[in-house]
Design a protein around this ligand. Sequence first.
Ligand code: KIV
Length: 284
Amino acid sequence: MRFNINQIKDMKIKGEKIAMLTAYDYSTARILDEAGIPLILVGDSLGMVMLGYESTIPVTMEEMLHHTKAVVRGTQKALVVGDMPFMTYHISTEEALRNAARFIQEAGAQAVKLEGGLTVADKVRRIVDCGIPVMGHIGLTPQSVNALGGYKIQGKTPATAQKLLDDAVALEQAGVFAIVLETVPAPLAARVTQQISVPTIGIGAGAGCDGQVQVINDLLGSFSDFVPKHAKQYARLSDIIKNAVTEYHNEVKSGVFPSEKNSFTMDEAILANLNKPGCCSQPE
Ligand code: KIV
């Protein structure tokens, strides 16, 4: 049985911290699922860490669905959240509903996430009313990087701090089951967390949130373009991979790999008879 949104909401009530991670492929999702991670986000961050785009803006529905399907196939217990890409929920409520439904119906996700507060609350309400759980995302919303003027900390002025709080309340009232707070001052995130009844999941938002989310590549040290300040590298996978690949390269060049252990044998007589008349008339 997979985790469901009621269990996630109960974790806040019980004071149990929630660990969420991103995943974009079958193998990684399987490891996270086996490790007991209850919430897996197929984030549109895949545009940067998987596909090499400069931002999340170019990511399409088809790309998101492709990766979400793989993550769903790799999980049995985690609640899988599909991230709705830029401009797939803004143009009309109908389009927002249709795209949210594709994550559930085609890709097999259990919930969707979308960026924005008050301005998307009406769409959130309609998606939730259709039976699709929604996770909110406020603070630094990377799909709006051009409007925000860069990847900057949000909510530092009285007006923007109040806006963050108002956005969180609007999303709660619209029916979200959790809200991601990205790159906001820790005291403000703690205040939002106290004020709303649904769990807050922080990324660069301090320890006062109900849970934390990290991009798996940051956590494992496998994305070397940049390391965000909020990330902690629990491993240096890029070094491990580079060492393994270099060793393989050297062993192929020197003939050490493949060894007999990695090879398949056959009856020597078959080889000896090749090209001789009548040798090969028997089907396998
Ligand atoms: O796309 C993503 O990975 C995200 C998380 C950083 C919350 O939105």
